[in-house]
Design a protein around this ligand. Structure first.
Ligand code: BGC
Length: 358
């Protein structure tokens, strides 16, 4: 029989180990049932290579409300085209209870499982995020625990998945989620996820919508070696977001072109090079998680810009994922199963997809 008074040190050690490993709600987290390979983040970033966002589906208030319902053929087409990675934006906050422990609907979990497995079974990587948790931007302090509670469940649920499933903590922290608050929050979130996913590569980006200018304010736990840093790039914004219905005043920018002059190119390159320099100084790999030009821009400009940004990202050692596959920025038309070939080829130049498909 175990008598604590006879073995005080042993009792204390067991107590510390048990209590110290409790999750944020006090329950015991579960470690993976098997070894998940611990992949160096630079190696993992190289594997992410060329990706695409399956946007406007699972991050709509309800799937289908923004015109996209996922199906197997879409994953098949992305694979055939040569994409290595699917970034899967998910609005978990609409599918979970508002009080602790913030239980996520089982049927929604099943749906996300299905989508992830569609990509993994085709040997593509998946980046699973928390997208459009809008209250995290408007009222972060009140939503912190719920956001951590969502991650506790997501992390535990997928803990046995292979290393080619990556988690991205939060899409585009902005507004009231200031840099200092975000640094605090991301640290707590990483600690929570590490209880069940000790070595999975995690993706995290700076505030102000993952803006490259905010990189210097991003503080990551120095002792965590499985982190990839994400940035989003939509510059010049008046070109990429012309006519965008969700941006005030965007109609006034209609007709803005991108010719790719020396000056146009230097503007893009300068921003991306500064981001890359931050990555080098801080020894973190960079993932360009979103870039794209909306369908209201003229096609020649979109193709030139997309090609230029993708090649520059590659030159600078970044992986990337285009925003997005089959909606307003899209390269694939779900209604007639056809491609916007010029845009697809700008992303995946035919001569190089054999490399990308490896
Ligand atoms: C948002 C989308 C938006 C895109 C471009 C994404 O992060 O989630 O709703 O279309 O950025 O603005």
């Amino acid at each position: 029989m175990f008598a604590p008074n006879r073995y005080p040190l042993l009792f204390l050690t067991v107590f510390v180990l048990v209590v110290g490993s409790l999750g944020c709600d006090g329950s015991t987290p579960t470690e993976p049932d098997r070894d998940i390979p611990d992949v160096d983040p630079f190696e993992m970033n190289a594997r992410l290579a060329r990706g695409v966002n399956f946007g406007n589906a699972l991050e709509a208030p309800r799937e289908g409300e923004w015109g996209i319902t996922l199906d197997a053929r879409q994953f098949q087409r992305a694979k055939e085209a040569g994409f290595n990675t699917i970034r899967l934006p998910v609005r978990w906050s609409n599918h979970a209870s508002s009080t602790a422990p913030y239980t996520i609907d089982a049927s929604f979990f099943n749906r996300v499982d299905w989508a992830i497995n569609q990509a993994l079974s085709r040997d593509m990587n998946v980046i699973l995020n928390v997208h459009h948790y809008e209250e995290m931007a408007s009222n972060p302090r009140d939503h912190r625990d719920r956001w951590l509670g969502l991650w506790k469940q997501i992390a535990e649920h997928y803990r046995n998945y292979d290393e080619n499933l990556l988690f991205e903590l939060l899409n585009e922290p902005n507004n009231q989620l200031t840099a200092s608050l975000w640094n605090e929050f991301l640290d707590a979130c990483i600690q929570e996820i590490r209880l069940t996913n000790p070595t999975r590569n995690l993706i995290v980006g700076p505030v102000f919508w993952n803006n490259t200018n905010s990189l210097p304010q991003l503080q990551l736990p120095a002792d965590d070696d499985n982190l990839i840093v994400t940035i989003h790039f939509y510059e010049p914004f008046m070109f990429t977001h012309q006519g965008a219905e969700w941006v005030n005043g965007a109609d006034a920018w209609l007709g803005t072109q991108w010719f790719g002059t020396t000056q146009d190119q230097a503007f893009v390159t300068n921003i991306l090079e500064r981001a890359a320099a931050w990555g080098t100084t801080n020894n973190r790999p960079l993932f360009l998680g979103e870039f794209g030009a909306y369908s209201q821009a003229d096609m020649f400009s979109r193709v030139r810009w997309t090609d230029y940004v993708a090649r520059e990202a590659e030159r600078l050692g970044m992986s990337w994922s285009y925003w997005e596959f089959m909606s307003g920025f899209g390269i694939y038309n779900i209604s007639n199963d056809s491609w916007n070939e010029a845009l697809r080829d700008a992303l995946l130049p035919p001569a190089t997809t054999a490399v990308a498909k490896r």
